[in-house]
Ligand binder design. Structure first.
Ligand code: NAD
Ligand code: UD1
Length: 339
């Protein structure tokens, strides 16, 4: 079975390529390297001792995508390629609507043409917006609060209409909660540009003294210790979810939606304290005011993914904190800091 992975050099895509190769799939990656580096391909090969085919290019490029499908006999696609920075999507929404929507439309057009109708799509828990109840089930109302999240919901709707128009499609929409951690080899992990927005990458910069302290955005939420609670999921667990989703779309037709989270919420302080403890480092922090748009608490009900995909997360926050730190320490000298 040959799987095309769009955005396969990125954070989640690279870990998923590892799982695919280790599970006997052939892998073709297309990535324009707008948020990743080509050496990731060699690292994936080094971890798995398997080969893969890499195309450097843009999924929005219809000619290129047509050439890839004409040359490779693709059986299924996992579509990761997208822009994902929430703040930038607010200041530059057209960039997000253009890339995230165009890439999906071009991809689906070419898939249709070559009769490849098995698709796994990277959506996000951000489509739920501010949930009225917890834990979050797939059936909850969807109301994203920023352009990035809106692109994800628009794509979910496009895929639904596509399935309605042609029910030979088989589509799994995966709504990720908060992916963190890295492959245990320390070779691949999250390597954000500039000052990170997300919690774990920021903690890593404090742990390596690249930033002096973490700003904790509010300690007056109605949570266990007043700081925000999220459902952090180890990226390797998340990637294994994609293998189950690929197996599912290869067997069935239909469109379905799955929360990929652990079902456990942890507060910012719990993450900070666990990170410090398992890695034996000090994480300086200051409590500052709430970040606009943040919610107090967000965690998944992952039971549907277990029922339908027989997938559940197995790694805890200790693993997430340990593997994140191990990646950053291993890559510090090799340009983790400056891309
Ligand atoms: P990432 O930025 O690390 O990876 C995305 C990859 O896609 C990058 O390698 C980038 O170069 C590539 N890319 C972007 N646009 C492209 C295009 N037009 N053509 C070819 N390549 C392109 O992001 P990630 O964290 O691995 O996220 C993967 C997917 O999961 C994205 O769709 C993202 O929106 C979604 N997601 C991520 C998170 C998260 O917290 N990381 C949470 C929920 C959903
Ligand atoms: C963010 C995105 C969301 C995306 C998710 C993926 C926003 C508004 N939302 O969600 O769309 O799907 O990442 O991982 O950006 N925190 C601090 N200090 C920091 C950074 C974060 O205290 O420097 C706190 C936040 O207030 C929050 C928690 O840490 O309580 C997690 O924040 P973050 O990692 O940014 O993720 P989300 O806000 O859940």
């Amino acid at each position: 079975m040959k799987v095309l992975v769009t955005g396969g050099c990125g954070y989640i895509g690279s870990h998923t390529c590892v799982e695919l190769l280790e599970n006997g799939y052939e892998v073709v990656v297309v990535d324009n390297l707008s948020n990743s580096k080509k050496d990731v391909v060699d690292k994936i090969k080094k971890i798995t001792k398997h080969d893969l085919t890499f195309y450097q290019g843009d999924v929005c490029n219809l000619t290129l995508m047509d050439q890839i499908f004409a040359k490779e006999k693709i059986d299924a696609v996992i579509h990761f390629a997208a822009y994902k920075a929430v703040g930038e999507s607010v200041t530059n929404p057209l960039k997000y609507y253009q890339n995230n929507l165009d890439s999906t439309i071009v991809l689906c057009e070419v898939m249709s043409k070559y009769n490849v109708k098995k698709l796994v799509f990277s959506s996000s828990a951000t489509v739920y917006g501010n949930p009225k109840k917890l834990p979050i089930k797939e059936s909850f109302a969807l109301s994203p609060t920023n352009p990035y999240g809106k692109t994800k919901l628009m794509i979910e709707n496009i895929l639904k209409d596509l399935y309605i128009s042609d029910n030979t499609w088989s589509i799994a929409v995966l709504r990720y909660f908060n992916p963190v951690g890295a492959h245990e080899s320390g070779l691949i992990g999250e390597d954000p540009n500039g000052i990170p927005n997300n919690l774990m990458p920021y903690i890593m910069k404090v742990a390596t003294n690249e930033l002096p302290y973490l700003n904790i955005f509010g300690d007056d939420y109605d949570t266990i210790d007043g700081t925000g609670v999220r459902d952090y999921i180890h990226v390797v667990d998340l990637s294994k979810g994609h293998i189950k989703a690929i197996e599912k779309v290869l067997q069935d037709t239909g469109i379905d939606y799955y929360n990929l989270g652990t079902g456990c919420g942890y507060s910012v302080l719990e993450i900070v304290n666990t990170f410090a403890k398992v890695n034996n480092v000090k994480i300086n922090y200051k409590i500052v005011s709430r970040r606009p748009g943040d919610i107090a608490c967000c965690y998944a009900d992952p039971s549907y993914a277990y029922e339908k995909l027989k997938w559940r997360a197995t790694k805890g926050i200790e693993d997430m904190c340990r593997d994140s730190y191990s990646f950053v320490m291993k890559n510090k000298e090799h340009g983790y800091k400056n891309k």
